[in-house]
Every structure is written in C-alpha cells, then in structure tokens.
Design a binder for this molecule. Structure first.
Ligand code: T1G
Length: 655
C-alpha cells in the first residue's frame, strides 16, 4: 500500500478501492492552509482515478480535527477557504465518509458534517465550541448541523458549545454509527454507498420543529450569554436554516463569523484559550517527574473537604477522609455521598461511577489511617495553631515521601511548613468552593516546596479536571489579594457617593454574574471583619479606611444568612435597605465627604484599574508568573467575564 502525499499534512492510501485520506497536523490537526489545500487535492485525485469508488477522511493521533487554526485568525486569508473545502466535499461525485478517531471540533465537526456519512470511533467527540471563542461556526456548521439533528438540538449544541460523545451523537442523528474499528467500518460504508443520489447534508429538508421547543432552547442559550454577541448570533443563524436558502444562510454565516472574529470579545476569549494552555507551566519543572498518587487523604470533611473529596473520587482516586469523632466521620461520609448523588441527579455523573466512588471511600476518626496516603490535604478551620499542630501530627503518621497540602485561604503556608519535619513536602492547594464544581485551584509554591512535590500536585489538579495556577506566598494569594484591592476601591466609591446597588449594577452590566456587594452578602461579612480586627493594630494609620462594613457587622448584618447585609433579604428577595443608606450617609458626614454621582463607566474603570494595579504588584513581587494567570484566577474564581479577557487583558485597553 503506497502513500500518496497531497500536502505536508495530508496523505492518502488506497484500501479496497477507497482512498483513505489522513490529516496529520500536530498537535490537534487544525485546518491550517496546507490541510485545506491537501484535502482539495485528495478529492481531485480520487475523482480523477476511475479505480477509486469512495473516500474516507480521518485524523492521525488522538484528534480527528481540532478546528480552524486559531493562530491563523487575523492573518490574510489563504486559498482555499474552509467553506470552499466543505463545498468540495459535499459536492464530490464519489461518497465521502468521515472516520472520526478523536475530537471533531469546530471546523473539524464541520468537515464531518459535510461528508456523506460519519462513523465514530469510541474515543470520538463532537462539538462546535466557537461561541466559547466569541465567534460562530464559519464553515457551514450552523446550516448543516440542524439538517442532521433538527433545529432544537442544533441551538443547544452550537449555542452552548458543548461537546458530545459518540452515544449521544448517534442518538441525535449526527453520526451513522459507532465502531471500535471505525476506519474499516467507514471504508465499508463508503464502498456500499450508492453514488447516486448521495445523501448531501446541505440538501436535506429540515425537519419541522416545535415552535415552543425552539423558543425554550433559544431562551436557555441567551440566559447564559451575559451580554456576549456570539451565542445570540449562533442561535439566529441556526434558526435561519429553516427559513432561508442554503446559499443565503451560508453567506450570512460567513459574514457573521468574519465580523465576530475581528471583535474585541473574540480577541479576549482567544486570550483566555491560550492562557489556559499556558497556566500551570513552570519552566523549572522541565524534566521533573511527578510522584505516584493513588490514595488521597483529606482532613476535615466539611463543605470544602467534601467537595475536594468528590473531585478526587470522581477522578478515580482512593480516598481516606479523617474527622475528629466517629459521629463527625459519619456526617462527612453522608455529605460526600449526598454530593455524589446530586452529581448523578444533574447528569454529571453516571450511577455506576457513583457506586465505584463510594467503594473507594473511607471516612474515619482514626488519623493513623493516613499512613497509606500519597497526598494529604487539610481542609480544617483556617487557624494557624490548628493547622500547624495537625501537620506536626501528620509528620509522625504519613510516609516520608507523602505530600502535605494546606487549603488555607489567608494563612502563611511557609509558617506551617517551617513547623514540620520536612518542609520540602509542604505545598498549598487553594480550592474554591464548591470544590467539586469550581475549576480553579491556586497551587502555592512555598519557600521550601521541592520541585517534584510541585510537579505532583499540578498533575493531581489536572487529573481532577481543574485549572491549576501557580502562585507564590502572599496573604490571600493571587485571587484574594486582587479581590481585596477591588473591594477597597468599591468601598471608596460608596463612601464618595455611589450606592452599593450602583456599583453592583455597573459590574453586572459589564458581565459579572453578580456585583461585589451581592457577592459579599452571599459569602458572609464576618470572616473579613475578623481579619480586619486582627490587622487593625498594624494598619497604616494614614491609609484611607472605610468603616461602613465594620458598622454593618456591628449591627449584626452578616449578609444573606442573617437576612441583612449590604442589602435586606427579609422579604426573600434582595432589596435596597434605607437603613444601610442612612448608615452610609452617616459615615460620609463623619468624614466630611460631600457625596457625588458616579457613572457606570467610571465605576467599572476604577474597579478594573484597582484590579490591574494589584495584579501588576503581584507580578513585580514574583507572586504570579504571568499576567494571563491573574486573568484566569479572576475569571474562574471571582466571576470576571471571560469575554472581557480578565483584568490584566482589559487594562491593556483590549476590552
Ligand atoms: N488552533 C491552534 N492551536 C490549537 C488549537 C486550534 N484550534 N487547538 C489547540 N491548539 C494548541 C494549543 O494551544 C496547545 O498548544 C496544543 O494545541 C494542544 O492543545 C471555521 C471558526 C482539540 C480538544 O475551539 O479544545 O473551527 O500549548 O493542550 O488537551 O467554524 O485543544 O502546546 O503550544 O488543548 O489534547 C474551534 C480548541 C476553532 C477547539 C485537544 N475549535 N481546542 O486537547 O490539547 S474555531 C476549538 C481544544 C473553528 C470554524 C471555526 C483542544 C483539543 P501548546 P491542548 P488537548
């Protein structure tokens, strides 16, 4: 079987009269110019050869095609364009079948859609993640997908950008079959397919959709859009598939794609995409092998500990949870098992997997059981004496090569490490609550942390499906330091004349799911109050200090759980409270401040600047390695809108 080369990344070989075309463009087989050129040449070759009866397209390695080459965006176009390739595939006179070996995303999924048949291997996946990049599919996806799966399912898939596995793809009608040997099955399908007439996706009559279901699917997508343009455009284009001719709708799709591709929103989301791939990369760890991790110990099975336990269990780890009493251990086990149940109910976890997780779970009051653990994470009360004493005890229990991680939010992990026998094995793992859901983990590289310890916990965080961001030791790490600076600025503006509701409304209009005072009320005001009281003695007496939050706490207003905080919740809904307005007015009078108005633009500008300045300080101090890491922390831990790229990206005038 000889190989025919169509371009530097596309080659072919003939099997049983079928030309098998392989796209090999590492790392993800993106549709770079030479891939597009190679595909067109392959189609021409197959058409010209009388002995070839069909064509199969597949990908080398573990991806089918990861989509358009995002790095090409913004560069001058090179012929042929992706829509032209799709047209060539769809209009080819011989059957073309996709043998989908791995991820078929974006332009990759569109290639599969343009083929006359689709066979998925077991590792295949399908999705149109374009909206996550601030764009819409640009090569026919919005028109061909609804022809195969119907308008409602297409709105869901393209509007959310979610990825589906082969079983769901088959159920939806996106593919024709699933086979362990997807290549042979695809070849057989191409051979057996009658060339006349071929089932051309663009020619399929769209199934009439239930108008109410279309509305529901549309609303669901728009509700999550938070002011972004792409989801609404994606839905509009999918709906157009049942109203306009294929030609008109494709032209609209292409024009919309080009316009969005050059938008700030898309630039911000591309920044986030590449930032995520950079995060957790640490130069000094090149060539450092992580240690083996099978059994994880967690001390403290409260809300945080249970969340971490669920994340570790669902990633396949064995788990030993430790509590102080048998009673508390039973409650911890219950909490973990209830969290697993919820994941099953919401469809995030299979029933069988939940049972496997429970079989790997042991919650006990005997701390000596941690002798088998490879990594122990403490999630106990955030108090230095408590944590130090615990780590000293663990020294005498765990193996010498076991790693000890602290989940502290504000304490100094170097101090905890220094109190142990082997500070080199101590590291910080700052999870965000609920830890089984939130992706962000700040990985704290302490003064003495050994490189392979850091490499191991980074690998652990990735195994849990988390987004690890490395940071140095500082009070509050990256996120809480920026959050403090941002809150301080918000309070300055309130003292100067803005209302908490003005600040929250400006942030929500910018794209935050919730304004800062609403977040503050949700989290509870008392923890920060306790910290401020601790710090009072060492605070710079000349620095501006806003006392309003202290006054709220003194009045017993600790936030939502007490029914009152920055707002009043006594009616069950958040409401502006005249008592708070009076308290703020008093604070202004006490300082002789004459209140002035703030526009939403000024509020946002000042908050962004406060965040970016603190971010710059973190970079200067070497706490954060790169500004894109700071963006990721604020996006994934604090609700900063991803489509604005994060505070550092926005501060550069980008969003
Ligand atoms: N373009 C350019 N580079 C890409 C890329 C892409 N589409 N996808 C990944 N990379 C790089 C990535 O930066 C990293 O680089 C390396 O590949 C490995 O990635 C017309 C408009 C395919 C599931 O949004 O979801 O098609 O860090 O670590 O875990 O309608 O990459 O090594 O230098 O993520 O094995 C739509 C994006 C594009 C898919 C593989 N497609 N990619 O995951 O590897 S728009 C996407 C992914 C489009 C058409 C349009 C994942 C993956 P480096 P990785 P992985």
């Amino acid at each position: 079987m000889s190989t025919i080369r169509f371009s530097e990344s596309v080659s072919g070989s003939i099997r049983g009269g079928v030309l098998v075309v392989t796209i090999d463009n590492a790392p993800v087989n993106a549709t770079s110019a030479h891939v597009r050129q190679g595909l067109v040449k392959a189609l021409e070759h197959a058409t010209a050869l009388g002995t070839v009866t069909g064509i199969v397209i597949t990908g080398a390695g573990h991806t089918f095609v990861g989509g358009a080459d995002i790095k090409e965006f913004g560069k001058p176009p090179v012929e042929p364009t992706l829509p032209e390739v799709m047209e060539r595939i769809e209009n080819c006179g011989k059957p073309v079948v996709a043998a989908v070996n791995g991820a078929a995303l974006g332009g990759g999924c569109e290639i599969a859609l343009a083929c006359h048949g689709r066979i998925a291997g077991e590792a295949a996946s399908f999705g149109m993640p374009e909206v996550k990049l601030g764009i819409v599919p640009g090569a026919g996806g919005t028109q061909r997908l609804p022809r195969l799966v119907g308008i409602v399912a297409a709105i869901d898939l393209i509007g959310s950008g979610r990825t589906v596995k082969p079983a769901e793809a088959l159920k939806l009608g996106l593919i024709d079959g699933i086979a362990a040997d997807h290549l042979s099955t695809a070849i057989a399908l191409a051979r057996g397919m009658a060339a006349d007439p071929l089932r051309r996706t663009g020619g399929i009559q769209i199934a009439g959709a239930d108008a109410a279901a279309v509305e529901i699917a549309t609303k669901k997508v728009l509700a999550k859009a938070r002011g972004q343009a792409a989801p609404a455009e994606a839905v509009r284009l999918v709906r157009k598939a049942s109203e306009a001719s294929l030609e008109d709708a494709l032209a609209d799709e292409r024009a919309t794609f080009m316009r969005l591709r050059d938008s700030r929103e898309a630039a911000a989301l591309r920044h986030v995409f590449f930032a995520e791939r950079q995060a957790g990369k640490v130069g000094k760890l090149d060539g450092v092998a992580p240690r083996k991790l099978e059994t994880i110990g967690i001390v403290g099975t409260g809300l945080m500990g249970a969340g971490i336990a669920v994340a570790a269990l669902t990633a396949g780890c064995r788990l030993v949870g430790v509590e102080q009493t048998e009673d508390a251990a039973a409650k911890g086990r219950e909490r973990i098992s209830e969290t697993l149940d919820k994941a099953v109910q919401s469809g995030r976890l299979a029933d069988a997997t939940r049972n496997e997780c429970l079989a790997r779970l042991d919650v006990t009051s005997e701390i000596s059981r941690l002798a088998t653990a490879d990594l122990v994470i403490e999630a106990v009360f955030d108090d230095l004496a408590v944590k130090t004493e615990l780590f000293q005890r663990l020294d005498g229990i765990v193996r010498p090569d076991a790693i000890l991680a602290t989940n502290t939010s504000y304490l100094n992990p170097d101090e905890i490490a220094a109190a142990t026998a082997h500070p080199g094995r101590v590291v910080g793992l700052h999870f965000f609550s609920p830890a089984n859901i939130m992706r962000l983990v700040e990985v704290v590289d302490c003064k003495a942390t050994l490189p392979d310890v850091l490499a191991t916990v980074l690998a652990f965080a990735r195994k849990l499906g988390k987004l690890p961001v490395v940071c140095g030791v500082t009070e509050g790490f990256i996120g809480n330091r920026i959050f403090s600076a941002y809150r301080r600025e918000a309070e300055f503006m309130v003292e100067d004349g803005a209302s908490p509701a003005d600040v929250d409304a400006a942030l929500e209009a910018y794209g935050f799911p919730m304004g800062i005072f609403t977040v503050y009320d949700m989290a509870g005001l008392e923890i920060a109050w306790a910290r401020r009281k601790r710090q009072a003695a060492t605070r710079d007496p000349n620095a501006r200090y806003v006392e309003i939050a202290d006054k709220l706490c003194e009045a017993g207003r600790f936030g939502r759980k007490t029914g009152k905080g920055w707002y009043d919740y006594s009616s069950g809904e958040k409401a502006v409270d005249p008592e708070v307005a009076a308290l703020i007015a008093e604070a202004r009078t006490a300082k002789g401040i004459v209140p002035r108005g703030f526009t939403p633009e000024e509020i946002v500008r000042r908050l962004l600047r406060a965040m970016a300045e603190e971010g710059k300080a973190l970079l200067d101090e070497g706490i954060a390695a790169r500004s894109s890491d700071i963006d990721l922390v604020m996006i994934n831990g604090y609700g900063f809108p991803a489509h604005k790229g994060g505070p550092m990206f926005a501060a550069e005038g980008n969003a």
